[in-house]
Ligand binder design. Structure first.
Ligand SMILES: Nc1nc2c(ncn2[C@@H]2O[C@H](COP(=O)(O)OP(=O)(O)OP(=O)(O)O)[C@@H](O)[C@H]2O)c(=O)[nH]1
Ligand SMILES: [Mg+2]
Length: 538
């Protein structure tokens, strides 16, 4: 799944130039941006890493007047690219953007100290040291967008950091769809298109969604990820959906597209507060959530607060909010996305389920026992192929799970040392393997997708398309065939591949799509060409 990287940093420190140097795309496209030489709105560009992986880059403005756009851009990102001018060092929005990233829970990223070509060696060293101190744990790279120096190291650092993030990120595709809109535009012949990050669930052609807070039902005609059409987009991806019959003016940044009935817009939200400065009870502030920014008033009791909003937000427990007035005042984690009006934390929460008090989760022993028993019941019922369950994602999860005798692996929870086994399904596994071998060079239909996934991990099967698989030998010979044909003829079309492979059209299509997904080939029009990496090593 492609991760999204967001820039951050003070005005004029070189973010947009760096994005252009990395991607070839100038994200300052508004006439006013070109004229004034500063960024005003969000910019988007795909970034290809040396190993063929793709990241999405979001370029944000640094000017203090546009922090609101910065927060909207940063809410959907997985890692940051903090940009610091080598001649200037950290400045006010360097610090503010960093604080916002922390409040949004974006903990990993890379620091680029840029314009290195224009700074003397001593200043550059000082600023590099300052950057290391400012963001401990992040890689710090000296670069120049002007000369290109350091760009390869920066790409490599982004790749390493993306690896770390990919292992810890968890976004359930099975949950209800929620997409926070960050851009709306009209395309000739297509109509209104909205883009944003899919926070949860999946979105596909023909789905009916609700546009909130307007409360209007819309139908999705087509879905794109990275300018390429897909049948379904999954949680975590940057997505563009076309919405026939919706006028451009009916939609704007801050709106949310959700699965009907799954979320309720609310004028009130309860949060566990993370103050960064003084926030008095009754304070008026701007509440940033998703891509929206809504004025509100805070009713506060210790680290608990109720936000009373001028316009409704579509939130869910565990979401992050950022609270700003003139500056960033703090943030919070949503406890209740549609609470009744109240002026203090609900009493029964304190008695039973976790409630945040002075930065610590408090709960009753009986509640912990219930949680443990429930998790154990679900682990007993788990599939032996993957004997784990999705770990709870509530805000208290990390602290509470540390007190239970389970093992956390990424987003999943296991009994300590539990491993996958086929159990009684070894017979099915052998049969499926044999069927795939018999169908070579073509594919077989797979009824048990968990079994197929398990066999693929063991190197006994290669899944293709939605619900099909081929034998590893069939996949390997298809790969070799494509490499050889592309070396000889520079590209390969579907019909040619089918003839060479000797399989049917559908299976040829499935195999080629899998080779695309594996980064061997890339689609250009009706043909496939090798990606640079496979051309070099093939
Ligand atoms: N010498 C040198 N100058 C640079 C480099 N990168 C950017 N600049 C200069 O810095 C100016 C600002 O760069 P931008 O990339 O627009 O800065 P920004 O951080 O995107 O600014 P905002 O989006 O407005 O916050 C450019 O117009 C260049 O003059 C670099 O690598 N070397
Ligand atoms: Mg810029």
């Amino acid at each position: 799944m492609p991760l999204t990287v967001g820039t951050a940093g003070h005005v004029d420190h070189g973010k947009t130039w760096l994005v252009r140097a990395l991607t070839g795309k100038d994200t300052d496209r508004l006439p006013e941006e070109r004229e004034r030489g500063i960024s005003i709105d969000l910019g988007y560009a795909p970034l290809e890493l040396p190993d063929g992986r793709r990241l999405s880059l979001v370029d944000v403005p640094g000017h203090e007047r546009f922090v609101r756009a910065m927060v909207a851009g940063a809410t959907g990102i997985d890692l940051f690219l903090l940009v610091v001018d080598a001649g200037e060092g950290a400045r006010p929005q360097t610090h503010e953007h960093l604080a916002i990233l922390r409040l949004l829970g974006v903990e990993r990223g890379v620091v680029a100290v840029t314009k290195a070509d224009a700074a003397d060696a001593e200043t550059l060293e000082l600023v590099l040291d300052e950057a290391r101190e400012l963001v401990p744990g992040a890689e710090v790279v000296a670069v120049s967008a002007k000369t290109g120096a350091g760009l390869d190291e920066l790409r490599a650092a982004l790749g390493r950091t993306a690896d770390l993030v990919a292992q810890s990120n968890y976004l359930p595709s099975t949950a209800a769809a929620r997409l926070h809109v960050d851009r709306v535009f009209t395309l000739k012949g297509i109509g209104t298109v909205a883009t944003g990050t899919l926070w949860s669930g999946s979105v596909g052609e023909g789905d009916v969604l609700r546009l909130e807070p307007a409360g209007r039902e819309v139908r999705v005609r087509s879905v794109q990820v990275h300018d390429e059409p897909v049948e379904r987009a999954e949680a975590g991806q940057r997505v563009a959906v076309s919405l026939p019959g919706v006028e451009r003016a009916e939609l704007r940044r801050g709106d949310v597209l959700v699965a009907p009935g799954a979320f309720r817009p609310s004028f009130r939200i309860d949060v566990a507060l993370e103050p960064a400065g003084e926030i008095a009870d009754g304070a008026r502030l701007l509440v940033h959530h998703g891509t929206a920014a809504v004025p509100g008033r805070m009713v506060r009791s210790g680290d608990w607060a109720q936000l009373r909003l001028a316009r409704p937000l579509v939130a869910a427990p565990g979401d992050r909010v950022v609270l700003r007035a003139e500056t960033t005042l703090g943030g919070g984690t949503v406890l209740d996305a549609a609470p009744p009006r109240r002026a203090a934390p609900r009493a029964e929460r304190a008695l039973h389920a976790p409630v945040l008090v002075e930065g610590e989760w408090r709960f009753a022993d009986a509640w912990l026992d219930e949680l443990r028993a429930g998790l154990e019941r679900r682990l007993d019922a788990a599939d032996p192929l993957d004997p784990g369950i999705d770990a709870p994602t509530e805000p208290w999860a990390r602290d509470v799970l540390a007190r239970l005798p389970f093992e956390r692996r990424g987003s999943r929870l296991y009994r300590p040392g539990a491993g996958a086994s086929l159990g009684a399904r070894e017979g099915d596994a052998v049969a499926l393997e044999a069927a795939a071998a018999a169908a070579a060079p073509g594919a077989v239909k797979v009824e048990d997708s968990d079994l197929a996934r398990f066999l693929e991990r063991e190197g006994r099967l290669v899944r293709v398309g939605d619900g099909f698989a081929v034998s590893p030998a069939a996949y390997e010979s298809a790969r070799r065939l494509v490499l050889e044909e592309c070396a000889a003829a520079s590209a390969i079309g579907l019909a040619r591949f089918r003839d060479l492979a000797g399989c049917g059209r559908r299976d040829a299509q499935l195999l080629l799509e899998r080779l695309d997904a594996d980064g061997v080939t890339r689609r250009v029009g009706d043909e496939r060409v090798l990606r640079r990496r496979s051309a070099a090593t093939g």
